[in-house]
Design a protein around this ligand. Sequence first.
Ligand SMILES: Nc1ncnc2c1ncn2[C@@H]1O[C@H](COP(=O)(O)OP(=O)(O)OP(=O)(O)O)[C@@H](O)[C@H]1O
Ligand SMILES: O=P(O)(O)OC[C@H]1O[C@H](OP(=O)(O)OP(=O)(O)O)[C@H](O)[C@@H]1O
Ligand SMILES: [Mg+2]
Length: 322
Amino acid sequence: MTGLIIAIPSKGRLQDNTHAFFARAGLSVRQPGGARNYRGRLAGFDGVEIAFLSASEIARELAAGTAHLGVTGLDLVHETIAKPDTAVHIVTPLGFGHANVVVAAPASWIDVNTMADLADVASAFRARHGRRMRVATKYVALTRGFFAAHGIADYRIVESAGATEGAPAAGTAELIVDITSTGSTLTANDLKVLDDGVILKSEAHLVASLAATWSPEALASARAILDRIAAEERARGVREIRALVAAPEFTARSAAEQYGCVAPFGTQVGQPLLLHCPAEHAADCASLLREHGAPHVSVTTLDYVFGTANPLYDPLSAKVGG
Ligand SMILES: Nc1ncnc2c1ncn2[C@@H]1O[C@H](COP(=O)(O)OP(=O)(O)OP(=O)(O)O)[C@@H](O)[C@H]1O
Ligand SMILES: O=P(O)(O)OC[C@H]1O[C@H](OP(=O)(O)OP(=O)(O)O)[C@H](O)[C@@H]1O
Ligand SMILES: [Mg+2]
């Protein structure tokens, strides 16, 4: 197999947003045979295979090099992969799947609000009960690293695959480490996040494997796909502005200095001036153009902006030797 394998979530919270993300970039994921078929294709890319996996399997496959690219949460990258910096390359954050991995204690523990408080309680707990405080979690590696960094050794991990927030009430653990976004599951279980208890702020990312075999064909496909993704990302940040002004070159320079606009197709007297303007400055730039005599200014959103650089592919190819 010399092609490119892209692993995307087949279920769970990241699935729908991942499909939407590829669709925005004009990339259509095909799953012949329906949701139970775990291999698919990318329309128009013969050398690309899609592997539908759970988000945690995707992190494992990237580390093992059995997928080249994958969509997964940063929490899973750091939990599943021992040395993420050497095993994977983070291509880009995707703007969805925001959640924090946190240390939470029963709300009734009014004297415990920080990790330092927890360190005190851990020692006292062992002295009083003759056993170590228990932490329920599926984030074993993240928990070990974070507790060690806070000098806490008097605890034991109870591995929990699901419904972790229920462990303290069920009497199977004193504390939990889990992922949360709205916090409603923690609240419903009478748990509170410690003030300095955020272990990791997570978000879905496009991640590349440094362990996979990057054939020339795989690199070529990655280059084309990342070019489209980068063009869509770039387009989202800019607005196209058009106006007829008397001195387009002078006006373009003012817009560049004040708002960071560019005139990608140059300027020509008698022709409408076309600018790409950072989205947040579009209205101010429209005012500037009217001050420069433009009777009408149109502002539009763009689908793609391609440039000479491929900002997502270039750093990857530098690492995998393309
Ligand atoms: N409450 C949440 N809010 C936002 N993102 C979340 C939340 N819970 C999980 N995520 C993100 O989605 C990723 C996958 O979680 P999800 O629950 O969808 O997977 P799963 O289907 O439970 O997978 P698995 O069975 O392998 O654990 C998490 O690792 C995290 O990055
Ligand atoms: O902060 P909240 O918005 O309340 O979300 C937190 C919950 O979301 C996740 O579970 P999920 O619903 O994905 O179920 P799972 O445990 O089966 O993966 C996580 O494990 C928490 O239990
Ligand atoms: Mg979940």
